[in-house]
Ligand binder design. Structure first.
Ligand SMILES: [Mg+2]
Length: 457
């Protein structure tokens, strides 16, 4: 599953002690500083060198979504209410966000940087990783390249658009290197600098260590960077609860892992309904159970979904299908609510057309799957509220805990020799109690993964 670039062998835990020459500089990571505010300064030269905040709307009753470094000097940060910002820094420029423009400038920036280096991965509108060539792996050469990139941006796009650059053997380390000096930094992190150069890192500042993982790390007694560094890949996998932990370990130790191409484009289940379950209310409970099962698999793979499709086959003939999009999520509550809304829309229309439909089968799929850090630029939730993201990750943590308990119960039942498909005492939602769980005990996944194109939107 893992392969270090330009190496034929699979990295192993022993690699942690192999010479750092095995892990040369390979990535350049750019993190644009106060990006939205910088684009405003770029487009309005009179704002350069001045305190600027960007707000989601032209309203005094909102908060900054970006603050220029000049504004930060007044203690103004992302999230500072406009009223407070005006009080802290009279005369501050308050600019309503122009997301189209930020995306357009992002494209110009990527095009300019690609004149120097091949793009590896876009992380967000203001962060991206690029690959260094073999000849650029020498630190002096890599720094020279980074300076050329910065100069190219200043001359060909605009001097207001500054970025902090990190150079390192893996993308994760290059990102951490870029974080070290802001704004306009240029930091080299070599394998031999580790772990001491990062020993002061706050664990939750490391991408991949969210609130849920931090909780598990603390339970395992890992409360500082050196302890995190000293984990074994297997331990990391156990703590993360997925292969993501192992991948994190390799990235942290300077091995870039080539991810298997995501074979899954969707996760879901389908079920033919017996006569007993063909009424809309009963069919809905089956659809919800299928969705909960799909969501549990989604979390198991460490994936996030951004849309849900629901289709129903009707008796004696006909069918109906629909899909909805949402912000990338692992939250079963959000999925269930989306499903219920879709179901309600379907029923309202059916009721207008005649008697309650009889439902012969339901299919539920989660689509738009991604791993953290793989969000494509056109899917960015530019307006997403930080509070919402926090609720999402808290809920995802809760569902992960439920998944773990259910998996544990499954294992215990299996040890006790319970035949598969036997009713099991699982943790589930009270609203799902109308469904005997053994109904879902049989194999209900498709035997192949259909292509997304096979689904009509
Ligand atoms: Mg940034």
């Amino acid at each position: 599953m893992f392969a270090a670039p330009d190496q034929d062998r699979k990295p192993s835990p022993d690699d942690a002690v192999t010479p750092s020459a095995d892990r040369p500089l390979a990535y350049l990571f750019l993190d644009f500083n106060a990006y939205f505010a910088s684009v405003e300064q770029h487009d309005h030269p009179e704002l350069r060198g001045r305190p600027v905040i960007v707000t989601p709307l032209a309203s005094e009753h909102t908060g900054a979504i970006a603050a220029s470094y000049e504004a930060r000097g007044y203690g103004i940060r992302r999230g500072t209410p406009v009223r407070d910002a005006r009080r802290m820094c009279p005369g501050i420029a308050v600019m309503p966000a122009r997301h189209d423009r930020y995306v357009a400038v992002h494209k110009l920036l990527m095009k300019e940087i690609e004149r120097h280096l091949p793009l590896d991965k876009i992380y967000s509108i203001d962060e991206a990783a690029f690959r260094l060539s073999r000849s650029e792996r020498d630190p002096a050469r890599a720094v020279e390249t980074a300076r050329r990139v910065k100069q190219g941006i200043a001359e060909n796009v605009g001097p207001a658009l500054r970025a902090s650059v990190g150079l390192a053997p893996s993308r994760l380390l290059a990102k951490l290197a870029a974080e070290r000096v802001k704004p306009d930094g240029l930091t080299v992190l070599e394998a031999r600098d580790l772990p001491h150069k990062l020993a002061d890192m706050t664990l939750t500042d490391i991408p991949g260590v969210g609130a849920g993982v931090m909780n598990r790390l603390e339970k395992a007694g890992i409360d500082n960077f050196l302890k995190l560094w000293n984990l074994q890949p297997k331990q990391a996998r156990a703590i993360w609860g997925s292969v993501m932990g192992e991948r994190f370990w390799y990235g942290l130790h300077g091995f870039e892992t080539v991810e298997e191409p995501t074979k899954k484009s969707m996760i879901g289940h389908s079920r033919v309904l017996t006569r007993e379950h063909e009424t809309p209310d009963k069919a809905r409970i089956v659809a919800r159970a299928l969705l909960l099962k799909a969501a549990s698999r989604l979390r198991h793979y460490g994936l996030f979904a951004s849309s849900l499709s629901l289709s129903a086959r009707l008796r004696p003939e006909g069918g109906w299908e629909t899909a909805r999009r949402f912000s990338h999520s692992q939250d079963s509550f959000l999925f269930l609510k989306t499903l219920d809304d879709m179901w309600e829309t379907f029923l309202t229309r059916q009721r207008r057309e005649g008697p309650a439909p009889r439902i012969g089968g339901v299919t539920v799929y989660l689509h738009g799957l991604s791993k953290p850090g793989e969000t494509a630029i056109d899917q960015l939730d530019l307006f997403a509220e930080p509070a919402q993201a926090e609720t999402d990750s808290r809920r995802a943590g809760l569902w992960k805990a439920i998944d773990d308990i259910n998996a544990d119960l499954d294992a215990k039942f299996r040890r006790l020799g319970a035949p598969s498909g036997e009713a099991k005492r699982h943790i589930s939602l009270a609203s799902q109690s109308g469904l005997a769980l053994n109904y879902l005990g049989a194999k209900i996944a498709f035997s192949r993964v259909p292509e997304e194109a096979e689904f009509m939107y």
